[in-house]
Design a protein around this ligand. Structure first.
Ligand SMILES: Nc1ncnc2c1ncn2[C@@H]1O[C@H](COP(=O)(O)OP(=O)(O)O)[C@@H](O)[C@H]1O
Ligand SMILES: [Mg+2]
Length: 299
């Protein structure tokens, strides 16, 4: 849907200092019909990337292509992109309903459609109960919800959400993730930034990972994890006479013994467990989480 071609963004800081490079020749492709996580530590350049994509700021060099499914010109393209900013600012004296009506009107949507879509998405994101309250009385999570609804009002093909899960409690995060899954099933594409990696691992098929403005990975999450999985296995077995397997290291875990062994020793271990009638509770290859890979192992 969108292609970044070597996008670089320099911010001028002080007159005397050299500019700060927030994006460094960033290239990646955003495919249609997926939930794509945009990852990186604070300051990695995610928000800058999103703002460049939305043409709020101009790249210093490089370009961004918008596929024709989004539209033939900027007007059409940006009508098909819904956006939830990282720190949404809404006029505090508007009610939720007034905000949605306003957003609908600036997108030239028919009044009746604004009404029905507002109701539908507010119910979907569990904020319908507060539509007649002023936004100044909304909590951070409620603002996040009404912001998400306002991004959905124009029924966009592509949704860009900047840190949508930050500031939500675990229940709220679950509801947002469920909502994202349903929206993608309906045919939308979602590009969302996050530094909460286990949430990303749960919903995204693809990820784009930045480190200080540079791309370090773009592609399938499972493949990334698979490539990093080790040759070690963890076996959870019922407690046994400690001398029986004393040549293997084990630790207690939840009433079981956990043994970690190399793949080439696995068969022998299984034979020994069987001949001693030790029951196996669980066996699995050690796989790192996305967090392990990004912050500890490296890509
Ligand atoms: N307008 C700006 N002027 C100068 N530096 C900026 C500006 N916007 C962002 N930056 C810097 O660019 C880097 C990337 O910021 P940002 O894109 O917000 O990161 P992220 O969203 O990944 O946390 C940061 O070091 C930030 O301080
Ligand atoms: Mg950001």
């Amino acid at each position: 849907m969108i292609i970044f071609n070597e996008v670089t963004k320099d911010f001028k800081t002080d007159f005397w200092e050299k500019p700060f490079r927030a994006l460094d020749k960033l290239s990646f492709e955003l495919k249609q019909g997926n939930i794509v996580g945009f990852l990186g530590a604070n300051g990695a350049g995610k928000t800058t990337g999103i703002k460049t994509l939305l043409k709020f700021i101009k790249p210093t060099s490089g370009s961004i292509d918008y596929h024709q499914v989004l539209g033939k010109n900027d007007r059409e393209v940006f009508k098909n992109i819904g956006y939830l900013p990282e720190r949404p600012y809404f006029y505090p004296d508007l009610t939720g309903r007034e905000l949605l009506t306003y957003v609908g009107q600036i997108n030239s949507i028919q009044k009746s459609v604004i009404k029905s879509e507002s109701l539908k998405w507010s119910e979907f994101l569990k904020i319908d109960f507060a539509l007649d309250r002023k936004l100044r009385f909304y909590s951070k999570g409620m603002l996040q919800r009404i912001g998400f609804v306002s991004a959905l009002i124009k029924n966009p093909k592509l949704l860009i959400l900047d840190e949508p899960l930050a500031g939500l409690d675990p229940m709220g995060r679950k509801e947002f993730k469920d909502a994202m899954n349903i929206l993608v099933k309906e045919g939308k594409t979602i590009f969302f930034s996050s530094h909460i990696l286990n949430d990303v691992e749960e919903v995204s098929k693809d990820v784009v990972i930045l480190k200080t403005g540079k791309l370090i990975y773009s592609g399938n999450v499972l493949e990334l994890i698979k490539n990093k999985s080790s040759n070690k296995f963890d076996l959870l077995v019922e407690p046994y006479n400690s001398e029986l397997l004393s040549d293997f290291e084990s630790i207690e875990q939840g009433g079981f013994k956990k043994i970690s062994i190399e793949e080439d020793q696995l068969q022998e271990m299984l034979n020994r467990l069987a001949s001693n009638n030790i029951k196996i509770e669980n066996i699995r290859r050690q796989t790192p989480s996305l967090e392990d890979i990004i912050y500890r192992i490296g890509i």
